[in-house]
Design a protein around this ligand. Structure first.
Ligand code: NOJ
Length: 762
């Protein structure tokens, strides 16, 4: 049986699919921007350009429009004035700008390029469209919790449509970094800890941004898979920090989502800020040329991250700006973002014979090819249409999609005694907490164009859902980081007067995102004090967590009978939460990151190894692998999430138990919903390679399906495993499959038993 919500392509990537790229048709699928035939007049351009104009094509700057607001999203940089930027455009010193604003700016700049530029090369307008444009969708991590790639494709399509209507050609997304340390704040921008989920979401998002009609379509935006590579492996979860991982882990964990993004047609990638085992990614020839281009055949464009080339000096890798330019450029970074280094130093490096003109021409050709692919040489104004900018933004359809996506991203961690859903009438509700109301912390980090002011808050969403809005009493109770005078007393009084408490607590949107690392991934102490006081009233408490990462839950928060993870859900945050809270929809999302017992377990991911001294199930034993204070495993594991159904797994069939060479193995389980509500269950297939020439994780997700199980019904869920699903990176750092014994689970999470069995790979 197939779930109609999963596209054929997503299923291909899921079960049986590693085949699609392990056998390397990926190479053939890769978007070869470099091979797009350039029209004769474009192909002739490099021959007519000065070396300064070529360096200009390789120079991207934050837009200076509106006083340089774009720069405020990054560390202060040389934004200059808009007039200066127009002068640069006319003189051919700029390939384009990013995080600018709207068609008015784009029109002014493009007109300068096309009317007054010597060579009339259209500009490229880029932006960080991470999870929506003016309609804001759930943060990518939240959306990954949907385990619904088709949803991710649709939200990326909507975001791409809005952005393209406002003059944007190129988005710096998707972020496809695997994040296994929740102290790192940027996990919120990606799809979490798992490789398969990361690959599937990368694929879906690229296809969504780019659409199906080719990059030249006026509503398509080109993707940029970032940050290449292993940015999420920062030591101690500290953003920008050193990364030292084995080549095997790079190839097995950190590279696959990039390969998926390229296979889906992402024509660009962004070099990451971090160093990689001693060599910064931005100057890493092995990474950017050997692997990316020679091995994978990537023909697209590599852009630096914001001042990534300049930062080679601070890394202690380049002595000065000139050397930084040479190192980044020769390693394979085609375009420099924001430092202006290429413009300044490439001409002299070429003159001195230190950078060959052929390398400059190659990079310029890639930029021109991208502009050709985007249709900009045919019509430089194709995405600059003030009428579309007005009519295609925050449409009803997009706002409805934001609500749907919000609903599908909410994870129910607990629901003791069936406290949820709450009835719409007949109960007095105390809505307590710093996130209960107000236009803040709704859309999440990394939104350039959406605003909290345009989003719907929790109180408004809840008021619209209940029969009588006076049944809701709202009290802040606490600040986010500090107590409010009299806050706890007011909260306790409200709780005492109510039948049920809804407690909205957690992180602000500035606690995750870029440069926002935390050493304690907990609900801040002032809010914990509020939670303890409210719990002491004895009233049933529903915790609504607002968060950009997995949190270590404790005390009254963990003890609450019901907990919903509500992340940052975007424009329709309040209505989406109300839909789940009051049972209009059943929760159906699953954790894309494991919630640990304690921060000290970080980095943690479910697909860890056993060690030579695994602690047997049960109490810690002497000289076995365990912590003194907390269990080794997750508090709430990857894949966990409850529904309003009552789901049980039974009836594992392993299709004879042998996967023959060249064959497939079809495995099945029966999922039964004995509850009274229909539920969307995310059924997960995990495998463990019991003995191998390279030690293997305790479990690895190989496929998943979202299936709708009506109340009282059973569904048989089937997965087909292929040999290629069992590939790992062998001793010679090449993919390998080894015959032998495998354990398998069809289960509701990475830690649940579900139904378990074994098979043999012949
Ligand atoms: C720095 C971030 O690392 C990157 O993700 C983003 O695209 C650039 N700034 C541009 O804003």
């Amino acid at each position: 049986m197939q779930d109609r919500h999963i596209s054929r392509r997503a299923m291909l990537i899921g079960a049986g699919a590693t085949a699609a790229w392990a056998a390397s048709p990926a190479r053939a699928l890769l978007q070869q921007v470099a091979e797009i035939p350039l029209p004769a007049d474009v192909a002739a351009l490099p021959g007519r350009m000065t070396v300064e104009e070529k360096a200009g094509q390789l120079t991207l700057m934050a837009a200076a429009w509106a006083g340089g607001a774009a720069v405020s999203l990054n560390p202060a940089g040389a934004a200059g004035s808009f007039d200066q930027q127009l002068a640069d455009v006319r003189a051919g010193r700029l390939t384009g700008v990013f995080n600018g604003n709207g068609t008015a700016m784009a029109k002014a700049m493009q007109t300068a390029a096309m009317r007054q530029g010597r060579l009339k090369i259209p500009l490229l307008f880029a932006a960080d469209i991470i999870h929506g444009f003016r309609t804001v969708f759930p943060m990518p991590l939240a959306e990954a919790a949907s385990f619904d790639p088709e949803l991710a494709r649709r939200t990326a399509r909507a975001a791409g449509t809005e952005a393209a209507a406002a003059g944007i050609d190129w988005t710096f997304a998707p972020m496809v970094d695997i994040a296994r340390d929740q102290r790192w704040g940027r996990g919120v921008e990606g799809a979490g800890e798992d490789v398969l989920l990361g690959r599937i979401m990368a694929d879906a998002r690229v296809r969504g941004f780019q659409g199906t009609r080719g990059l030249a379509a006026p509503d398509a935006v080109a993707s940029c898979a970032k940050h290449f590579a292993a940015y999420g492996a920062a030591e101690a979860g500290l953003d920008y920090n050193t990364v030292d991982v084995s080549e095997r882990t790079l190839r097995e964990v950190y590279f696959p989502p990039f390969e998926a993004a390229f296979a889906a047609g992402s024509p660009t990638t962004m070099a990451s800020f971090n160093e990689l085992s001693g060599i910064p990614a931005t100057a890493n020839e092995w990474l950017l040329t050997q692997v990316l281009r020679r091995e994978w055949g990537f023909g697209g464009l590599v852009v630096s991250d914001y001042t990534g080339d300049e930062e080679l000096i601070a890394h202690g890798f380049a002595a000065d700006a000139r050397e930084a330019t040479k190192l980044a450029f020769m390693a394979g970074v085609d375009m420099s973002m924001q430092s202006g280094f290429y413009l300044k130093h490439l001409p002299t490096l070429v003159a001195a014979g230190e950078v060959p003109m052929a390398r400059v021409d190659e990079a310029v050709r890639r930029v021109l090819a991208l502009k050709v692919a985007l249709g900009l040489f045919d019509d430089p104004f194709r995405r600059i249409d003030p009428r579309r900018e007005k009519t295609q933004i925050r449409t009803r359809a997009h706002l409805d999609l934001a609500r749907e996506a919000g609903v599908r991203s909410i994870v129910m961690l607990k629901n003791d005694g069936g406290l949820l859903p709450l009835p719409r009438a007949g109960k007095r509700i105390a809505l307590i907490g710093p996130f209960a109301r107000g236009q803040h912390d709704l859309i999440g980090p990394w939104n350039v164009y959406g605003t909290d002011a345009e989003a719907v808050d929790l109180l408004t969403g809840m008021q619209a859902a209940v029969a009588d809005r006076t049944a809701i009493t709202v009290v802040d109770g606490s600040g986010i980081d500090a107590p409010l005078p009299g806050g706890i007393q007011a909260a306790v009084a409200a709780a005492q007067a109510a039948d049920v408490v809804v407690l909205a607590i957690g992180e602000t949107q500035r606690m995750s995102g870029e440069a926002q690392s935390r050493t304690a991934i907990v609900v801040p102490p002032a809010q914990m004090a509020l939670a303890e006081a409210v719990a002491a009233t004895g009233k049933p408490v529903v915790v609504l967590l607002r968060n950009g990462r997995a949190l270590a839950l404790e005390g009254a928060v963990l003890a609450a009978p019901a907990i919903l993870v509500t992340w940052f859900l975007g424009s329709q945050m309040g209505p989406a939460i109300a839909d789940v809270l009051f049972g209009r929809e059943s929760p159906s999302a699953r954790l894309p990151v494991s919630f640990p017992h304690a921060t000290g377990q970080q980095p943690y991911h479910y697909a860890h190894k056993t060690t030579g001294r695994p602690n047997p199930p049960g109490a810690p034993q002497e000289y076995k692998t365990h912590y003194q204070e907390v269990p080794n495993d997750a508090l709430f594991p990857f894949g966990h999430g409850l529904t309003y159904g009552r789901i049980a797994y039974a009836g594992l069939e392993t299709g004879g138990g042998t996967l023959a060479a060249g064959g497939t193995l079809t495995v099945r389980a029966t999922v039964t919903n004995s509850g009274t509500r229909a539920a969307d269950e995310v059924v997960q297939l995990y495998v463990q390679d019991v003995t191998a020439s390279i030690t293997r994780p305790v479990r690895e997700l190989k496929a998943f399906r979202r299936v709708r199980v009506p109340a009282g019904a059973s569904q048989v869920v089937e997965f087909t495993l292929r040999r290629s699903d069992l590939t790992f990176i062998g001793r010679d750092l090449k993919p390998i499959v080894e015959p032998g014994r495998f354990r398998l689970w069809i289960a509701p999470s990475a830690q649940a038993e579900g139904v378990a069995g074994e098979f043999t790979l012949a």
